[in-house]
Design a protein around this ligand. Structure first.
Ligand code: TEU
Length: 551
């Protein structure tokens, strides 16, 4: 159940509330949210200044992508020191101020934890390299001799998620494993020092007062014994469909059980959220058994196209998968790794989640608004990504020269378009970087970005921002919406979804034509095309439109 408390989590003696079961959680990507010191890069001071905006938007919690000390080879997902803030983002005092201010505003703070790999500049890795083959420190990573007469071939055939081999050879001849960029060596989670270190890192941030952790690549920590070959030429196509020897191994669950015990030592209902790209929602359910994590991202939902039958199937499967483990379903449409949903839905279905084509922007925005209202009417917890409340499209035409996504460069520009959703967001209609900061922005913002700004949309009843504010206020007024485990499907024509919740009905027209239906009640909110007409007990639902009804 969604609850709003004046002073959540740490710094209080609050008892457990299960606040997270129906929470709306807003992802802040620190580089691109707000720049407090005018260097063109977002930071903690910028975030702190905008916390009242997030409180007024009506979210329950804020998840911060990594702000730790990092050489930024993968935008901070390459951590050199898990207990320090990168100077580009501020200091530990700034982090403390963000956490305290958030709590005073009634917002919870979830931080990103990156346990699968460190940076190659992490102290352990640098020392392991310096000490040479056979050093005990090398056992904390996956260092191995190569194959072939002179060890010139990698130890196995695994490919990096970012393209190219998953192994890099160091000058003394050993190879090390990196499922992502070469600057991101994978930890060896069989090693007790790695396990101890991460429990200690959890405690460090729990002592700082955070309300939870989003666990990066939660499915990747444990590798199949012996690191067996995959034996396929096209490994990246298998990802997400097949069980890989480096993903979703059963051994990961013991780690999360031990982390849950650490969280249990703390007051205030802190949570663990799995970023686990599993083949099915049923596999995701294993991560949220009662003694493991609290939530797992629902990437199956994110990947479903704008089609009533497909959406109904994934909603049913998600709710059914979570029921036996008593975890809330979660829903997400956008994050920092995928093309924004306003642009995905502007394109034909089946193109995946990394697009470089703008598509039909008006269509994409209409569908995005309808898709968001559908998501926010479902039982469970919903994740929003900064800027989606402004209806921002992905910036699909960034020049190659400004792109920083390491996967773009490793895949020769054929993949890795994640910079498009990471462009700093517009706060004001005019001015330097449209209110992002006073010193420009680390990725160029498109012309016209100011028309999409918070300032431009505030008070405009037809704006996407006001739609989000209204939706979140209604959700807050009806805690039953985020609670529960089921929806009651109602009869609806092909291409239309209709379901009932307590005192509430949601109707979604995913087709390109208006549809006439019996009106279920009184219109609460419309997302999509505003031309909803009700007459004599019937309603005409425009194309690509969701309506919330009070019944
Ligand atoms: O993402 C994990 C992951 O599997 C994604 O990399 C996804 O498959 C990819 O973005 C598609 O190109 C997490 C973080 O969210 C991502 O930003 C990091 O790059 C990655 O881990 C490595 O830490």
């Amino acid at each position: 159940m969604t609850q709003h408390l004046a002073a959540p989590a740490a710094h209080t003696t609050e008892t457990r509330t299960d606040w997270w079961r129906g929470a709306v959680i807003y992802q802040v990507y620190p580089r691109s949210f707000a720049d407090g010191n005018g260097d063109g890069m977002g930071d903690l001071a910028g975030i702190r200044g905008r916390l009242p905006y997030l409180r007024d938007l009506g979210v329950d919690a804020v998840w911060l992508s990594p702000f730790y000390a990092s050489p930024q080879a993968d935008a901070g997902y390459d951590v050199a020191d898990y207990r320090a803030i990168d100077p580009m983002f501020g200091t530990l005092l700034d982090a403390d101020a963000v956490i305290r201010d958030a709590h005073e505003l009634g917002l919870r703070i979830i931080v990103d934890l990156v346990p699968n790999h460190s940076s190659d500049q992490h102290d352990w890795f640098r020392r392991a390299l310096a000490e040479g083959p056979g050093s005990p420190l090398r056992e904390r990573y996956h260092f191995h001799p190569g194959k072939g007469a002179d060890g010139e071939l990698p130890p196995n055939d695994w490919e990096s998620i970012f393209g190219g081999p998953a192994w890099t050879r160091v000058p003394d001849g050993d190879w090390y494993l990196h499922l992502f960029a070469p600057e991101q060596p994978d930890f060896n989670w069989e090693h007790p020092a790695v396990r101890d270190e991460f429990r200690s890192i959890l405690r460090f941030w729990l002592d700082m007062g955070v309300d939870g952790f989003r666990v990066d690549v939660a499915h990747g920590l444990v590798k199949a014994a012996g690191l067996p070959d995959i034996g396929s030429a096209d490994q990246l196509k298998l990802l997400g469909n097949d069980v890989m020897p480096f993903f979703d191994q059963d051994g990961v669950h013991a780690i999360y059980r031990s982390w849950r015990q650490v969280l249990q030592e703390y007051a205030g209902d802190r949570i663990l959220v799995a970023e686990a790209w599993t083949p099915t929602v049923e596999r995701s359910a294993y991560y949220v058994r009662p003694d493991e994590m609290h939530q797992a991202f629902n990437f199956q939902y994110l990947g479903t196209s704008w089609d009533a039958a497909g959406l109904r199937a994934v909603i049913d499967a998600s709710l059914a998968a979570m029921r036996p483990v008593d975890a809330p379903a979660t829903w997400v449409l956008s994050n920092h790794d995928v093309t924004r949903h306003a642009t995905r839905l502007a394109n034909p279905p089946g193109l995946g989640t990394q697009l470089r084509t703008a598509g039909d922007r008006a269509l994409g925005l209409r569908r995005a608004r309808a898709a968001t209202l559908l998501m926010l009417a479902l039982p469970g917890s919903a994740y929003l990504y900064q800027g989606e409340e402004l209806g921002l499209p992905d910036v699909t035409d960034l020049p190659d020269a400004v792109r920083q996504d390491p996967s773009f460069h490793r895949a020769d520009g054929q993949d890795g378009f994640r910079d498009g959703c990471r462009v700093p967001i517009p706060w004001t209609t005019e001015g330097s970087s449209y209110g992002f900061g006073t010193g420009g922005s680390w990725l160029p913002q498109p012309t016209g970005w100011g028309e999409l700004s918070v300032q431009a949309q505030t008070g405009d009843p037809g704006s996407t921002l006001e739609l989000y504010r209204s939706a979140l206020a209604l959700r807050r007024a009806r805690p039953g919406l985020g609670a529960g485990r089921a929806v009651e499907w109602l009869d609806a024509p092909e291409g239309v979804l209709a379901f009932a919740r307590e005192g509430f009905v949601c109707t979604v027209n995913t087709t390109a034509a208006a549809v006439r239906l019996p009106a279920p009640g009184r219109v609460l909110l419309v997302g999509g095309d505003d031309g909803v007409e009700t007459a004599e007990g019937t309603v005409t639902l425009p194309a690509d439109t969701t309506v919330w009804w009070a019944v």
